[in-house]
Design a protein around this ligand. Structure first.
Ligand SMILES: O=C(CO)COP(=O)(O)O
Length: 261
């Protein structure tokens, strides 16, 4: 297991990104299943419901699991029709916000600068950032995986005053929702390169204490092999996080990490 600068191990982190899925009824069932699940204690567990259901989830979900927003506005609220401010997400009990997700970059059209602004503002309000990055299939095929990921990481580095409350989520776009998971070796290679980039461009301390989690077709069958890799500090899960028992299996894959350490 990767050690923080102070010698303590990095806490495994598993997030469930529910995306734009669910109804009051299906979410109530999912919360029931999560509340009934046995979760290993040494894992930070977070779920990100759609905004409209955050209050319902906060009011019914065990405190063992923290709640994240899936997006936020770049600054304080006001005359921004359709937007949600960090203050509002925090008011409903969100401790985290997912930013820079590939669906926001490539479907909605958000760019690095806009994402960086959001991240800096969220941190300034005491909300942790799950900072997503990842290359498209065409980038990987053109041998540009590192170049693209480093550029996205640099945009965060340029915008953020501190990395204290940040988790990096490496999510190769070709693996998201496709059932085509990165192999443990492919994911490890990028995670190690990202850590190395942080060492050289931010600091050795930030590199060793920042969790780098993997996302893209993670499920209950592939999570333990991925978790064994040294630089994989957890997961950001989409589809499989909509099934409580399977999400619990992914959370509990931390046990294979402990064996591998
Ligand atoms: O986008 C993801 C998590 O943010 C991953 O989605 P899937 O797990 O459905 O591939």
């Amino acid at each position: 297991m990767k050690l923080a600068a102070n010698g303590a191990s990095l806490m495994f982190f598993v997030g469930g990104n529910w995306k734009c899925n669910g109804t009051k009824d299906s979410i109530s069932k999912l919360v029931f299943d999560l509340n009934s699940a046995q979760l290993e204690s040494d894992v930070d567990v977070v779920v990100a419901p759609p905004f409209l259901y955050i209050d319902q989830v906060k009011n019914s979900l065990t405190d063992r699991i923290e709640v994240s927003a899936q997006n936020c506005w770049t600054g304080k609220g006001g005359a921004f029709t359709g937007e949600i401010s960090v203050e509002q997400a925090k008011d409903l009990g969100c401790k985290w916000v997912i930013l820079g997700h590939s669906e926001r970059r490539h479907v909605i059209g958000e760019n690095d600068e806009f994402i960086g602004k959001k991240a800096a503002y969220a941190l300034s309000q005491g909300v942790g950032v799950i900072a997503c990055i990842g290359e498209l299939l065409q980038d990987r095929e053109a041998g540009k995986t590192f170049e693209v990921c480093f550029q996205q990481l640099k945009a965060y580095a340029d915008a953020l005053p501190s990395w204290d409350n940040v988790v990096i989520a490496y999510e190769p776009v070709w693996a998201i929702g496709t059932g085509k998971v990165a192999t443990p070796e492919q994911a490890q290679e990028v995670h190690a390169a990202l850590r190395d980039w942080l060492t050289k461009n931010v600091s050795a301390e930030v590199a060793s204490k920042t969790r780098i989690i993997y996302g893209g077709s993670v499920n209950g069958s592939n999570s333990s092999d991925l978790a064994k890799k040294e630089d994989i500090d957890g997961f950001l899960v989409g589809g499989a996080s909509l099934k409580g028992p399977e999400f619990a299996t992914i959370v509990n894959s931390v046990t294979s990490k402990k064996v591998a350490a």
